[in-house]
Write a protein that binds this ligand. Structure first.
Ligand SMILES: [Fe+2]
Ligand SMILES: [Fe+2]
Length: 135
């Protein structure tokens, strides 16, 4: 299961705060699945993760647009991959057993760590430079 560690910091505080919140929400979903909690509780946590992901991607997209980020199209494509994966789960969540949800969560975690270490780290460095005085 994913846990926060500072290798995930990208150095731009608003994004780091959202990533930390996302790790917490994914952790909660993981715990509910592992505990065998009521399906309604599992799905509540899943929808919270999906909502947070969508809001966070909008936040990054807005920052990329406002700062004129050159890597925006590639970055948005990576986001699209995760959104498609989440949508395919959410569309038929009532037919998906907990075990499959755990596997999907594993995909989300690997995607997140890879994406943060590469794409978001580059974006973070760009945003730090963009917001620094005297740029
Ligand atoms: Fe991000
Ligand atoms: Fe991103």
């Amino acid at each position: 299961m994913i846990e926060w560690n500072d290798s995930l910091l990208v150095g731009f505080e608003p994004i780091d705060a959202e990533h930390k919140a996302l790790v917490r929400l994914v952790g909660e979903l993981y715990r509910r699945l592992k505990n065998g909690d009521d399906r309604a509780l599992v799905e509540d946590a899943l929808f919270e993760v999906a909502d947070h992901v969508a809001a966070h991607f909008n936040q990054e997209n807005d920052l990329m647009a406002r700062s004129g980020y050159a890597g925006r199209a590639d970055h948005l494509f990576e986001h699209r991959v995760l959104i498609d994966q989440l949508d395919s789960v959410l569309d038929r969540v009532d037919m998906i057993p907990d075990e499959w949800l755990l596997q999907a969560l594993g995909f989300v975690e690997r995607w997140f760590v890879d994406h943060v270490h590469d794409a978001d780290a580059k974006l973070g460095a760009h945003l730090v430079a963009w917001t620094s005085p005297g740029r």
